[in-house]
Each structure stands twice: as structure tokens, then as C-alpha cells.
Ligand binder design. Structure first.
Ligand code: HPA
Length: 235
């Protein structure tokens, strides 16, 4: 077995990968956006595909939910499969009133309630940040394609059902998206000298108690997928 959790051969992955949380979404992206794609992993049903987008070789693989799952896949992809550029394409919660369901948010950095980064950073506060060039390219691509994006600080939580007392603090500190992976993905990418960026669609508004149905999710992801693939062409 090449790594603990991935059964692909060396060379099966592109150096550039899109990573949704959900394996079904990985399959959706491969089927609808990639030419000549082939499935390269199904261990634990964490589906991975490699194909071509506008003649560029691109891989897509799900990373599961939470820092423990996403961080181990990212680590194995970088250190064994030579992946160098990672774009997480996920969903997130929102709390700011001007950020709406289906809006696209890009994580410039990610605060967290997880101890994952502290443990690895000798219990100091690690500033988990996106790769600048990828962020810049995503911003330019969004402008060029008339896709509205919010860019700012995320909060990565270990607990989907976040304690209510935290929500006002997140709002006060101008957090634009709440997810469960970005802070871990950014620190693992930094440790192994790869580039990473998280682009998310807002799937639920926590204060307004609104969410998009799993059926509606599919269509609202298309702008984010296009933005991510076009960004991947530039990095
Ligand atoms: N909280 C944490 N992670 C999430 C959320 C949320 O509201 N929505 C999608 N991922």
C-alpha cells in the first residue's frame, strides 16, 4: 500500500488538485468538468480522479470532514504523491449579515478552536494563511468572470454544532466563513512547502437559520468549481 490511506500509484495525481469534502462531489466534478478522467482511488470511498481541464492535468479528491481527515490526506498527497497546489472547494457557514446563502467566500486565513496547529507549533498561535499567489489568481479570475467573492478570515471548528456563545465573537472579529478543515490544511501545506487555498460556498447562515438543501447545493457549486478550475490553470 503506497500510503496508509491512498492506494493510487505514484504519478497518478497531477501536481494540482481540487479537494471537496464530499466524495460524491469529487465524482460530480470529474464527470462534469474533466476530460479523459479516470478513477485513481476508492480506498475508504475517498474518491479520487485525474483528468484534463482545458488540456491541463488536474486531480480531484475528497478529503472528508474535519481537520483530522483532511490533514492526513493533504499530507499524504504532498509528501508521497508530489501534489504541490491544493484548492479546497467546500461549504461553510456564514454569520455576517451581508454574506448570503450560495455566496462564495475565500479564506485568506483561518482561526481555529482546534488544538491541531498549537500541538504542532509548540503551543504558540500559528497564523494559518492561504498562498498569496493562489489567492491573487482566484481574485483576478473572479473579477474576470464576474463572480462575486468575499475574501477574509475563516474560523475552522472541530464542532459543527458550534456553541452559540462563540457566534457573536466570530461576528465581532469579522469572520466570513465557518468550516471544519481550512486551518489544518493551510498548516500542513506550509509544513510540506505546498500551496493551498480554500474556496467555499455558503451552505448555511447560522444567525438567519437558513440553509440550502442538498439538491440545491449541486447547482450552487458550479460557480465555485469554475472559479477553482480557472484559478488552477494560473498557478
Ligand atoms: N459550521 C461548520 N462547518 C460547516 C458549516 C457550519 O455551519 N457549514 C458547512 N460547513
Amino acid at each position: 500500500m503506497p500510503t496508509f490511506h491512498i492506494s493510487s500509484k505514484k504519478g497518478d495525481f497531477s501536481d494540482t488538485i481540487l479537494m471537496p469534502g464530499d466524495p460524491i462531489r469529487a465524482k460530480y466534478i470529474a464527470k462534469n468538468y474533466l476530460d479523459d478522467f479516470k478513477k485513481i482511488n476508492e480506498t475508504r470511498l475517498m474518491l479520487a480522479y485525474t483528468g484534463y481541464y482545458k488540456n491541463k492535468k488536474i486531480s480531484v479528491m475528497s478529503h472528508g470532514i474535519g481537520i483530522p481527515s483532511s490533514a492526513l490526506y493533504v499530507k499524504e498527497l504532498i509528501s508521497y504523491y508530489n501534489v504541490k497546489k491544493i484548492i479546497r472547494i467546500g461549504t461553510c457557514g456564514a454569520i455576517r449579515h451581508d454574506i448570503k446563502l450560495r455566496d462564495i467566500v475565500i479564506s485568506l486565513g483561518a482561526s481555529t478552536d482546534s488544538k491541531f496547529n498549537r500541538i504542532r507549533f509548540n503551543f504558540h498561535d500559528y497564523a494559518a494563511i492561504a498562498d498569496f499567489e493562489m489567492t491573487y489568481n482566484a481574485f483576478l479570475t473572479a473579477k474576470k468572470n464576474n463572480i462575486k467573492v468575499h475574501i477574509g478570515n475563516f474560523f475552522t471548528t472541530d464542532s459543527f454544532y458550534t456553541d452559540d456563545s462563540m457566534l457573536n465573537i466570530l461576528n465581532k472579529y469579522n469572520i466570513i466563513g465557518i468550516d471544519m478543515e481550512t486551518a489544518g490544511i493551510y498548516s500542513v501545506a506550509a509544513e510540506f512547502k505546498a500551496k493551498a487555498l480554500s474556496i467555499c460556498t455558503v451552505s448555511d447562515h447560522i444567525f438567519k437559520k437558513e440553509f440550502i438543501s442538498s439538491k440545491d447545493r449541486e447547482s450552487s457549486f458550479n460557480d465555485m468549481i469554475t472559479l477553482s478550475l480557472e484559478t488552477a490553470l494560473l498557478v
